[in-house]
Write a protein that binds this ligand. Structure first.
Ligand SMILES: Nc1ncnc2c1ncn2[C@@H]1O[C@H](COP(=O)(O)OP(=O)(O)OP(=O)(O)O)[C@@H](O)[C@H]1O
Length: 247
């Protein structure tokens, strides 16, 4: 299987604080990888390094075999292939739902307004928000905002979707509607990297689970193995804590 993203020996430090150390993993087409681990273990920093919101301090990120950290590599063209969904939605508050999903397509992908609207409508339908195209973000619930944010990212037809704790800022009753959409996307064959505290989601939906601890990948494997038979004591402790006391 072709690796879409292949991370090799990635490091990230802030001053003398080493936040990521020798991270190695890859993602193949259609794979869903969940990244779990305690607060401060480096999960968000890893996602932010993958889409270059943070500059890695060392190592390589190969995208279809090419190191995008090479000086000669065009960062903007690489980032076009990645969709990102944040904890805090980050919708444009001065645009209605439809425009939120259209502006990036016109600006970055140079699509016509007509084409962009067609694509946006398709994905708003996928996330069940097509009836709200004229609504302003402030009129929406958190779950609805997050579904629009997912449609906006999908409208750019990314190769890989990165989700950074997409349900952590939601009221509990809205978590399910967002996870349902993410589950459908996973089943449709979308390639996804998901940082999450939703252990049920990680267990049921992922093809692979990565457990991070203090800036390193402590353990990696199928959800069955990680959840039923973790080999590391720190994985066991984390799962015990998280499953008994969701964070
Ligand atoms: N911009 C920054 N400057 C300095 N230190 C940072 C910065 N961003 C993150 N860190 C530090 O890096 C470490 C990892 O943070 P990160 O947010 O990646 O962890 P996380 O596993 O995603 O945590 P959480 O689950 O709470 O979101 C933490 O110690 C944090 O304080």
């Amino acid at each position: 299987m072709e690796k879409i993203i292949d991370i090799q020996h990635l490091n990230k430090s802030y001053g003398t604080h080493e936040v990521l150390r020798d991270i190695n993993f890859s993602v193949t087409k259609g794979e869903v990888v969940s990244i779990i681990g305690s607060s401060g273990s480096g999960k968000s920093t890893l996602l932010r390094c993958i889409n270059l919101l943070e500059k890695p301090s060392g190592g390589q990120i190969l995208y279809h075999g090419e190191n995008i950290l090479d000086d000669k590599h065009d960062v903007a063209s690489y980032r076009k292939h990645l969709g990102m969904v944040f904890q805090q939605f980050n919708l444009f508050n001065n645009h209605n739902v439809l425009n939120n999903c259209v502006v990036g397509q016109i600006k970055v992908l140079k699509r016509s307004k007509e084409e962009a609207e067609k694509v946006a409508m398709h994905y708003l339908n996928v996330v069940g928000m097509d009836k709200y195209i004229n609504a302003q973000p402030k009129q929406l619930s958190g779950g609805q905002k997050q579904r629009v944010a997912i449609a906006r990212a999908l409208s750019m037809n990314p190769d890989v979707m990165l989700f950074d704790e997409p349900t952590s800022a939601l009221d509990p009753e809205m978590v399910g509607e967002v996870l349902k959409v993410m589950k459908e996307l996973a089943n449709s064959g979308l390639t996804m990297i998901v940082v999450t505290y939703e252990m049920e989601f990680a267990k049921e939906v992922s093809d692979r689970v990565i457990f991070m601890d203090k800036g390193v990948i402590a353990e990696e494997g199928s959800p069955e193995r990680i959840f039923q038979n973790p080999t590391q004591e720190r994985t066991r402790e984390f799962l015990k804590r998280t499953i008994l006391q969701p964070q």
